[in-house]
Design a protein. Structure first.
Length: 294
């Protein structure tokens, strides 16, 4: 099959999915009380977005997804996400929830996935749909969130990983970084690792369940992966942790310096905020059994 035929077939499938969505009954007729919660598992490449949250005059993940849902459901929707990502940050897994009503329940999962896929650009992937109980929140019912930060510590530029890694043109000692990272495991005041203006007047204690730094290989390229799981994260927290660990990995600071940074409770004490493109939201944990296939 040549490329023109393939593109025409893809366009035909998108149009069919879109038309099928319009053929469904309108949910606007019955918005009295939510019957359940629709939960969308999606992923996205963050380069073209101002972040997850909607911003005036800028493209956002929430904005694109909301417009697609409103076209399909033919009503206004309000979305709740598991965790907001900043501009340029990617997501392999993000969960979004919204209440659904009687008329919405007539949509099959297969048709809804096809319609949302047709109505969103190719940097968003609608991965799976779930049904959760009435009142479920993708944000407040999450038990833990996980991120991976990828670093290419090499004099040669990464090829396939270029769009989702931080190319650090130099050597980093992953073992030293991992050793230092263990001081951040547990419940602490992470004010030193939070964007200063975001910490004003807000609680900055968080629980980090797991934090590791190791050398990996992806698509034939050697990388350093920083994996972190916690109950919740402050603004720029993961990227500032990475920037701080890099100071240790490059030999500019001793391993024990991480204790001083944590104790300072001052953003100035920590390292720089690592670039957004290396960060990916990779998982969210919910109570077992609460999400059922749509």
């Amino acid at each position: 099959m040549n490329s023109v035929t393939s593109q025409n077939n893809a366009l035909s499938c998108s149009v069919d999915a879109y038309e099928e969505s319009l053929a469904e009954p309108s949910a606007a007729e019955d918005l009295t009380e939510s019957e359940a919660t629709l939960v969308i598992k999606l992923g996205y490449r963050g380069a073209a977005f101002c972040g997850f949250a909607e911003q005036p005059t800028q493209r956002s993940v929430a904005g694109d997804l909301r417009r697609a849902l409103e076209t399909v459901l033919r009503r206004e929707v309000e979305l709740t996400c598991a965790g907001r990502t900043d501009a340029g940050v990617h997501a392999q897994v993000q969960y979004v929830s919204l209440p659904v009503y009687d008329a919405d329940l007539s949509f099959s999962g297969e048709k809804l996935v096809r319609s949302l896929t047709a109505l969103t650009d190719d940097d968003i992937s609608i991965r799976q749909l779930f049904r959760a109980p009435q009142g479920f929140s993708a944000r407040f019912d999450a038990q833990a969130r996980s991120y991976r930060y990828r670093i290419c510590a090499d004099s040669a530029r990464p090829i396939l990983g270029w769009d989702h890694v931080w190319w650090y043109n130099g050597h980093l000692d992953a073992d030293l970084m991992d050793k230092a990272a263990q001081a951040l495991v547990g419940e602490h005041d992470f004010k030193s690792f939070c964007k200063a203006i975001s910490a004003e007047g807000k609680p900055t204690h968080r629980f980090v369940e797991r934090l590791s730094v190791e050398e990996i290989e992806e698509a034939g390229e050697k990388l350093i992966a920083v994996d972190i799981t916690g109950n919740a994260f402050l603004h720029n927290m993961v990227r500032t942790i990475v920037g701080t660990l890099v100071e240790i990995g490059r030999g500019h600071r001793p391993v024990e310096w991480i204790d001083e940074v944590l104790a300072a409770k001052n953003r100035i004490a920590a390292g720089s905020c690592a670039p957004a493109q290396g960060l990916t939201f990779v998982n969210v944990r919910y109570p077992e059994g609460i999400l059922q296939p749509w």
